[in-house]
Design a protein around this ligand. Structure first.
Ligand SMILES: [Zn+2]
Ligand SMILES: [Zn+2]
Length: 457
């Protein structure tokens, strides 16, 4: 890198033969002095920020023996100016003072000390100028942060969902579909490291622990400490070094996963198919997501149907008064399974009556398809009719809106047995109401959801 040479020694106000300890001490002293959080007013804050960046950069080079010797020899500024513009902002003082994860209790800074007993301060050894920290009386019992300095484990397997649209008759008939799932695939140029040299670098900010301890001043002499996840490495404990050209350091590249899926006859639309370890690559945990394929039935409206209770198909049928009162055969149309069907009512149908046919709803995994439910609604004349007009109205066979009713034909019609819904089971019980979007996160609710079909990719 050929940045203009900066005098890091001057920046840290030390001599060029300073020991490592002197460098650290100088850095800490200046970092405390110039920490942007300590400077109020926009102008002053800006100056402090610049100073702070400079100090951090100088420290990042001089505290690394390899970089320091390069710098001494060639005057190379190997230190990238740290970017503090991210959500984490400037590092807290606790980070500047190294890993204090073992520290218990709350301590005040020396210049604020003298406030009583010691909070447990284990793990503070070797921090220059920090001796004599006083705990606040009564706060000593707040230890218990110790022992959390270990690496952070993040093993949650990522999952993603992919929706596949099915026509309702494809559930009955079965089909084969080729799907293309867009995924963020592992970048082959850098093996998912994001680094130019395909290697990972231990995160310099958390020293590979994934967490950092931050300290906050609560009031005079009161400092609280808190463990936060390391924003620099997103808890993965390493960072990329020099952006990979192929992925610009993202560790992934957009790709497409092509899969053939087989929809069996009488397919349960609530089935979830799982493609293990096939989805988006998460560089933070170096795992590929499981893809859950979920299904959405798209064309129920074409049949005037809605879904109720997951597998029941509901038809709102506007019945002409003549048909309702005469026990006429009602020709309803085409069932999504492809069969044409009609109903011989054989009795008076009242407005709002419900009939249902068992086994004619949507197929499901346990082999007991839902019901086909017909809700009858009367069609009334728009205006008051005199006797003659009423007769005419009753005898007029009007087409029911939206329902195919042309088949008064010789075609063989399917006549399901209809049962009466005496208990009003199906009224106002439209739980799903055609919404089959399913959020995909309900696979553990155990309420009769069909199992997940899994396939290794
Ligand atoms: Zn880190
Ligand atoms: Zn890459």
């Amino acid at each position: 890198m050929s940045q203009p040479k900066k005098n890091y020694y001057e920046i840290l106000e030390i001599s060029s033969d300073a020991t490592e300890e002197e460098i650290t001490r100088a850095y800490r002293k200046l970092a405390v002095k110039w920490h942007p959080d300590k400077h109020k007013g926009e102008e002053k804050k800006k100056i402090a920020e610049e100073k702070f960046k400079e100090i951090s950069e100088a420290n990042s080079v001089l505290s690394d023996p390899e970089k320091r010797s390069k710098y001494d020899e060639f005057g190379l500024c190997d230190g990238e100016q740290p970017d503090f513009s991210g959500p984490q902002g400037f590092p807290d003082l606790s980070e500047i003072f190294g890993n204090m994860a073992g520290m218990g209790g709350m301590g005040g800074f020396p210049f604020m000390g003298g406030m009583g007993g010691m909070g447990g301060m284990g793990g503070m050894g070797g921090i220059p100028g920090m001796g004599g920290m006083g705990g606040i009386p009564g706060m000593g019992g707040m230890g218990g942060m110790g022992g959390m300095g270990g690496n952070v484990q993040r093993n949650n397997k990522p999952t993603q969902e992919f929706k596949v649209k099915l026509r309702v008759n494809e559930l009955y008939e079965g089909c084969e579909k080729t799907i293309e799932i867009p995924i963020d695939d592992i970048c082959v140029d850098c093996n998912g490291t994001g680094s130019k040299n395909k290697k990972k670098k231990v995160c310099p900010d958390c020293k590979g622990k994934g967490i950092r301890v931050i300290m906050r001043q609560l009031g005079p002499g009161m400092i609280s400490q808190q463990q936060i996840s390391c924003g620099t490495c997103q808890q993965k404990c390493w960072v990329s070094e020099g952006n990979c050209v192929g992925c610009q350091g993202k560790c992934t590249k957009p790709n497409k996963l092509t899969k053939k899926i087989n929809i069996k006859k009488n397919f349960d639309y609530q089935t979830k198919m799982c493609l293990r370890d096939s989805g988006n690559f998460d560089p933070n945990i170096e795992k590929k997501a499981d893809i859950y394929i979920v299904f959405k039935v798209t064309d129920l409206e074409d049949y005037n149907l809605k879904i109720s209770n997951e597998y029941d198909l509901v038809l709102d049928y506007t019945i002409h008064l003549w048909d309702a009162l005469s026990g006429h055969t009602v020709y309803v149309g085409t069932h999504p399974s492809g069969k044409k069907y009609s109903f011989k009512l054989g009795e008076i149908i009242k407005d709002g009556d419900v009939r249902f046919g068992k086994g004619l709803g949507l197929p499901n995994e346990d082999g007991h398809p839902g019901k086909f439910i017909i809700k009858f609604n009367y069609k009334y004349p728009d205006t008051i009719l005199d006797h003659d007009k009423l007769k005419e109205f009753l005898r007029t066979k009007e087409e029911n809106k939206g329902i195919v009713k042309s088949e008064y034909s010789k075609e063989k019609l399917f006549n399901p047995d209809l049962e009466k819904d005496d208990n009003n089971n199906f009224k106002g019980k439209n739980r799903n109401n055609g919404n089959m979007d399913g959020d995909g996160d309900d696979d553990d609710n155990g309420n009769g959801q069909p199992g997940v079909q899994c396939a290794q990719s």
